[in-house]
Write a protein that binds this ligand. Structure first.
Ligand SMILES: *Cc1c(COP(=O)(O)O)cnc(C)c1O
Length: 233
């Protein structure tokens, strides 16, 4: 299958998953934004996807984005989906439209500082380690901790909190992840209900190649797909 064919299939699957919600209304709406995960892919292969009118790409390393971004269509949105070290915050704010991986007060404050220097308001998501796996980054799925960090971000002039992100555990049958995705959807609803100033709780970023259909069925409105579009890395 070509990149174009794979993309068409992913788009069909998204439509089908939204349909499979069967009337269940989610606060995240019916539109699902596809982040095309381009890590390890060459600029040439990314251009094939860009030719199919993709809107956004996701990278997990600063260095790859530095190298690829100037070679690609300036209209593309850039998303940082990987872990971010505080000492790379300066570069991250110059490169990315949305940073999915904010998981500490220290990182949030550094991003605010660096965004202020370039007069930018940086869009961010909080990464939640929804299944509390030792191997994963992210804040624990506890309302008190999430709300405290959200309030801190809300008080920073150069940050704009836009929602939540998670990386689900790998399971043979992605249907078994329903409780995990439901859990984050519920946390998303509680965060929206806080009505924090300077904040738009709009994006629920969950779902990758193995599990994006289930994630969308459970309310995801932003998914991150790499293998399903480019094949095995
Ligand atoms: C690599 C990656 C993805 C995409 O994974 P695929 O299984 O290739 O779709 C999504 N999210 C994050 C955070 C990643 O690092």
């Amino acid at each position: 299958m070509t990149i174009a064919e794979n993309l068409q299939k992913v788009r069909q699957n998204i439509t089908e998953a939204v349909y499979n919600r069967r009337g269940q209304a989610f606060a995240t709406g019916d539109e699902v934004k596809l982040i095309v995960v381009t890590k390890t892919q060459s600029v040439e292969r990314i251009r094939e996807a860009v030719a199919e009118n993709i809107v956004a790409v996701g990278e997990n390393r600063i260095q790859e984005a530095v190298q690829k971004k100037p070679q690609l269509n300036p209209e593309l949105e850039w998303h940082l989906i990987g872990h971010l070290q505080t000492n790379k915050a300066r570069q991250a704010v110059t490169l990315f439209d949305l940073i999915h991986s904010v998981d500490s007060e220290r990182l949030a404050l550094e991003l605010n500082l660096q965004a202020a220097k370039i007069c930018k308001r940086q869009n961010v998501l909080l990464q939640v380690n929804v299944a509390s796996e030792d191997s994963k980054y992210g804040i624990p799925p506890r309302q008190d901790i999430i709300h405290a960090l959200a309030k801190l971000i809300s008080s920073q002039e150069h940050l704009h909190l836009c929602g939540l992100m998670t990386i689900a555990p790998y399971l043979e049958d992605p249907k078994d992840l329903r409780p995990v995705f439901r859990g984050l959807y519920n946390i998303f609803g509680e965060l929206q209900a806080l009505r924090l100033p300077n904040t738009t709780i709009q994006w629920l970023s969950m779902g990758m190649t193995n599990d994006y259909m289930v994630a969308v069925e459970e309310g995801a409105n932003m998914i991150r797909v790499g293998t399903g579009i480019f094949g095995m890395r």
